[in-house]
Structure formats: C-alpha cells, structure tokens
Write a protein that binds this ligand. Structure first.
Ligand code: ADP
Ligand code: 2DT
Ligand code: MG
Length: 215
C-alpha cells in the first residue's frame, strides 16, 4: 500500500477567495485529489442548509441548523477516510472551524464554544489548515456579498474574532505551530495566492505522516 493522501483545509471569512483557491489547488493536484466543499449542498441535509442560508426567515432554531452543518460533515466522513487511504489528497473548502465559529458568533445562550465543538469530536482533522484573512472591506466589495444569511459587515466582524478565539483558546499549540498557516490574502491576486497555497500544500505532502489526526 502506498502512502495515504493528505487532508488539506482552506478556511477563512466569506469572499476571501477560499472556493477559488480550493478549486485551483485540486486542479493543480489533478486526478490524485478530491475536492469537498462544506456545506455540501447536494445531499438531503445539504439542501436544508442551502434553504436556511438563502432564506433569512427560515425558522430553524440555531441549535438545529448547527447540528445539520455537523451532520453534513459526518455524512462525508467515510468518503474522506477512504479517499485518504486510497492515496488521494482531499481538499476541503470550509470544515469544522467554520461550523464552530459561525454558530458561536451568534451569541445564543448555551451555545458556547464547547457546545459547538462537541458534535465534531471524532471527525478527521486536516493535516494542514490554511486560514485566509483580508482586511474585511475587500470582501464586502466582492461580487455577491450580502446575498446569504451571515453576510453582513457586523456579523463577519464577530465571526472573525470568534475564529481567532477558536484557534488561540481551543486549538492546541502544536497544531497551530505545525499544521496551520494564517495567510494574509489582502491585495494579492488570485495567481499570487494560488502560488502560496501550492507551496504550502506541496510541503505538507512531502512531510506526510501516517497517523490520522482527529478532532
Ligand atoms: P469564498 O469562497 O472565500 O467566499 P470566492 O472564491 O467565491 O470566495 O471568491 C469571491 C469573489 O472574489 C469571486 O468573484 C472571485 O472571483 C473573487 N476573488 C477571489 N480571489 C480573489 C483575489 N485574490 N483578488 C480579487 N478577486 C478575487
Ligand atoms: P459558502 O457556501 O459560501 O462557503 O457559505 N457555515 C459553514 C456555517 O455556519 N457552519 C458550517 O459548518 C459551515 C461549513 C459559513 C456557507 C455559509 O455557511 C456558514 C457561510
Ligand atoms: Mg466559497
């Protein structure tokens, strides 16, 4: 059996270029890679999530939508694991950190960070996480900003702070140091960011370890 594939996550705020870069990286790695986007809106659970995101008046309680986002990852868990063991690299466009940061940023009583992270326990953890940051104003000006729930300037600001708290307080220092990179994408072209992402991914692939990490 050859070496297992790497699980590489692109995370960050809305409209920072995550989907663009996840697609480019998957293209770069070719048929030896799989691209998965969360939420995966194509499954029955994903369709409920899609409806929630598009319809600001959807009455689903915050707890229920949070658990649906998590269920949407669990439905893909076996697929991710098999792909990795078949030697394929799996590129993720958002994952657990978005799940915890967006829900926790709502400040709903009882939905603290621990509550938000609990349903994710046991999911495979990325071998490497790249977190995209910009100055915020850039995102607002990009095509489509404001179309979906969560895309308001005030909420995005809260999400940003919650992401940082999540990484600083809830992620372990070793993961932060060895398996993560905060990438400032402000004022960088798609090509410039793609080159940095490719270099990070290639390093992660070269350094490959056998052990699967879990949340
Ligand atoms: P995300 O998945 O983070 O929400 P997208 O990849 O969908 O972001 O990009 C949002 C918009 O910004 C798209 O119209 C995309 O073409 C554009 N875009 C992405 N990266 C850049 C960049 N580095 N510079 C300028 N525009 C970009
Ligand atoms: P995009 O499809 O544009 O990435 O937007 N979200 C995402 C959550 O609230 N919880 C999650 O677990 C995930 C994966 C972030 C999807 C929106 O859904 C939010 C923005
Ligand atoms: Mg996207």
């Amino acid at each position: 059996m050859g070496p297992r594939g790497r699980l590489i996550l692109i995370e960050g705020l809305d409209r920072t270029g995550k989907s663009t870069q996840a697609e480019l990286l998957a293209c770069e790695l070719g048929s030896n890679s799989v691209l998965l986007k969360f939420p995966d809106r194509t499954t029955p659970v994903g369709q409920l999530i899609d409806d929630y995101l598009k319809n600001r008046h959807n009455p689903l309680p915050d707890q229920a939508i949070h658990l649906l986002f998590s269920a949407n990852r669990w439905e893909a868990a076996r697929r991710i694991e098999s792909a990795l063991f078949a030697g394929k690299h799996v590129i993720l466009d958002r994952y657990v950190y978005s799940g915890a940061a967006y829900s926790c940023a709502k400040n709903v009583p009882g939905m603290d960070m621990k509550w938000c992270l609990d349903p994710e326990r046991g999911l495979i953890k990325p071998d490497f996480t790249i977190f995209f940051m910009n100055n915020g104003h850039e995102s607002e000006q990009r095509a489509g900003f404001g179309d979906e729930r969560y895309e308001t300037v005030q909420f995005q600001d809260r999400v940003k702070h919650t992401f940082l708290e999540l990484f600083e307080t809830w992620e372990n220092a070793s993961y932060r140091e060895n398996n993560m990179r905060f990438l400032n994408v402000a004022n960088k072209s798609i090509t410039e960011v793609a080159l940095e992402v490719k270099q990070i991914a290639e390093k992660c692939i070269r350094q490959g370890q056998d052990e699967i990490l879990r949340f």
